[in-house]
Write a protein of this length. Structure first.
Length: 107
């Protein structure tokens, strides 16, 4: 029986590439070998919960992308922007909100 969790490797690989990371760079950040990461991305190797958690956080992807792949996100840019917003402090968010409001108001 096909399991949507089988898409994990391709989801992670796409997210890694969207973050402009090589397999070696991501593996180093996570403290694993690039060979192990390749087996997760290409050979359907299932990572531990701990590693999966770190992958999700490091790549800035939604856990829904992994656990609910049938709800495929059609706009990776919005997901990436959401991740970047999560890295901002309160002052940054006020500036961003004002900027977006100004952009919308000029349309």
């Amino acid at each position: 029986m096909h399991n949507d969790f089988d898409k994990l490797g391709s989801i992670l690989k796409t997210a890694r590439k969207n973050n402009n990371l090589t397999r070696e760079q991501l593996a180093e950040k996570l403290g694993i070998t690039s060979r192990y990461l390749m087996s997760v991305e290409n050979e359907n190797k299932k990572p531990s919960y701990s590693l999966l958690f770190r992958l999700i956080r490091e790549l800035g992807i939604s856990a829904d992308a992994i656990f609910f792949p049938e709800n495929e996100h059609t706009n990776a840019e919005i997901e990436h922007l959401t991740h970047l917003l999560g890295l901002c402090d309160e002052r940054d968010l006020k500036v961003i909100k004002a900027t977006v409001k100004a952009l919308v108001d000029t349309k």
